[in-house]
Write a protein that binds this ligand. Sequence first.
Ligand code: SAM
Length: 244
Amino acid sequence: MTTSLTPDAHRRAVSAMFGRIAGWYDFLNHFLSGGVDIWWRRQLLNAAAPAWQDGRPVIVLDLAAGTLDVTAGILRRSPTARVAALDIAAPMLRKGLGKISREDRDRMLPGVADGRVLPLADASVAAVTIAFGIRNIVPRDAAYAEIRRVLVPGGRFCILEFGSGRTRILRGLYNVYLRRILPAMGRIFSGDPEAYRYLAETIERFPDAPSLGRELEAAGFVDVHWQKLTCGIAYVHVGVAPKP
Ligand SMILES: C[S@@+](CC[C@H](N)C(=O)[O-])C[C@H]1O[C@@H](n2cnc3c(N)ncnc32)[C@H](O)[C@@H]1O
């Protein structure tokens, strides 16, 4: 998948790619990360938790919800929150539905939607979570504008994403893993070399943590801060929608 694609062509290609790997996605996620991705998602939920902690019946948007790990986590942690689980790849959402308990199903609404055009009212959601999704959206600014529009003033935008692959981590061992081992393992196990080459390339191109923080500030979020996870392999960033 080249960078020369228009944003819409990129979205179509990304949607088709996740549609193809949906069946393998969870297994490869846990296998290639050694299971640490489960702990990373927990840190994302901790960052979003102030939005539902007082027990109000809030709406949370889990954007690029994929196979619904974060959605399931929010529903488990908050008995009052309702979750809009939006993604451009229907097969990913379908694959995740089994993770949502029967009692929680009527508090979640899965839907196919692009993060750049959200089917939600202005100032309607208390928090937006996005795990390993923002890296796939082009341009990111369009998603930031939509997320700001749908968040209530004071609402939280919480991003879990890989750090930039250009940063040397663990004396360069991680970078070798990223460039050589991960695409090879993805190719062997998923049979889709493009998908795991794409993963490595987008991590390589992704901004480092301070640059992403500046992007969020430029998009109008306040109280921007971030937490380094596992030596900077991943980060949780938080930005707050300003109060008038
Ligand atoms: C790496 S998966 C992450 C899934 C899930 N959040 C997780 O934690 O495993 C990235 C997801 O982003 C979705 N995605 C990519 N571009 C998107 C866009 N423009 N709007 C909404 N979702 C998008 C993909 O379809 C895919 O399901």
